[in-house]
Ligand binder design. Structure first.
Ligand code: GUN
Length: 283
């Protein structure tokens, strides 16, 4: 029987625990707060941000919304971040990506105080992750590791193959898997014979942004599959980067889309904000 790695169930459990931690913070007069900066009107970003707000409100976490026009200057965005960095009532800062072309995203990411960097995208936090001394972790990779741990899937000594090398998923999940003693292969759009490599995976992490890219013939029976994709197929149905109908029957375990990785990303964001707030009470 294929095990379904259900992110909704685990994220619910985590959010219940967070509620208690938030109540404790409030008893210490600390109101944990997350600043969410959204530039422009990218459709997917608006949906992500709305989901983050909803989940935060549900656990009692305060969010402060900063909506900036598509045409905002880099200077104005950096000025907002500088203000949020020194505001002691703000514990976490998130700038939704992607950013419009006139803005240098790397510069913006580096401007966020690493101690408020809930996304774990600051170069210092990424560096610490690769040195196996993690401080703040990127939410999606962190959520994947928690989901695997919840299902007692030990990655040590396993061959983990990653499809995709983005800064948000592919690169940081490679570091996390390596830190957990997996043998890691990163594949991407320029990889020769990519599907030969995916067939060797004990653990397959797919983050390509291409609907149902991985098929039955691309995996080894008994593989553990983590699907980070979120795409619409020709009929408008939400599908992952893995063809679930084909792959699930031969996998030992697989994440569904929706309801797999997505809810975990948000749970990790909330948890990181609470962790940063707990520093204020020495927790
Ligand atoms: N865009 C897509 N995923 C993410 C994420 O996890 N954080 C931010 N800030 N932007 C994103």
């Amino acid at each position: 029987m294929t095990e379904i790695l259900d992110g909704r169930i685990l994220s619910y459990k985590i959010r219940q625990q967070l509620k208690q931690r938030i109540t404790r913070l409030q008893e210490h007069k600390v109101i944990p707060a997350l600043a969410v900066v959204l530039v422009g009107s990218d459709n997917a970003s608006q949906i992500y941000v709305r989901n983050k707000h909803r989940a935060a409100a549900e656990v009692g976490l305060t969010t402060h919304d900063f909506k900036l026009p598509e045409t905002v200057t880099e200077e104005a965005l950096l000025a907002l971040i500088a203000k949020l960095n020194v505001d002691s009532s703000i514990h976490g800062i998130l700038v939704q990506l992607p950013l419009p072309r006139q803005i240098n995203a790397a510069k913006v990411t580096a401007a966020i105080d690493p101690a408020k960097d809930v996304d774990g995208f600051h170069p210092l936090n990424i560096g610490q992750l690769f040195l196996n001394n993690p401080q703040s972790l990127p939410c999606t990779p962190h959520g994947i590791m928690r989901l695997l741990a919840e299902h007692q899937i030990d990655v040590a000594r396993k061959h983990a193959v990653i499809v995709g090398r983005s800064n948000i998923v592919g690169r940081p999940i490679a570091a996390l898997l390596l830190n957990a003693d997996a043998t890691v292969t990163i594949t991407h759009s320029k990889t020769v014979n990519l599907r030969e490599l995916t067939r060797q995976a004990d653990i397959l992490i797919v983050a390509t942004g291409r609907a149902e890219f991985i098929k039955r013939a691309d995996v080894k029976p008994g593989v553990v599959v983590v699907d980070v994709g979120m795409n619409r197929d020709a009929t408008g149905k939400l599908v992952g980067d893995v063809d679930f109908t084909e792959v699930a029957p031969v996998a030992a375990a697989i994440t569904p889309v929706p309801g797999g990785v997505g809810p975990m990303t948000i749970a990790m964001l909330l948890e990181q904000t609470v962790k940063f707030a707990e520093r204020q009470i020495g927790g």
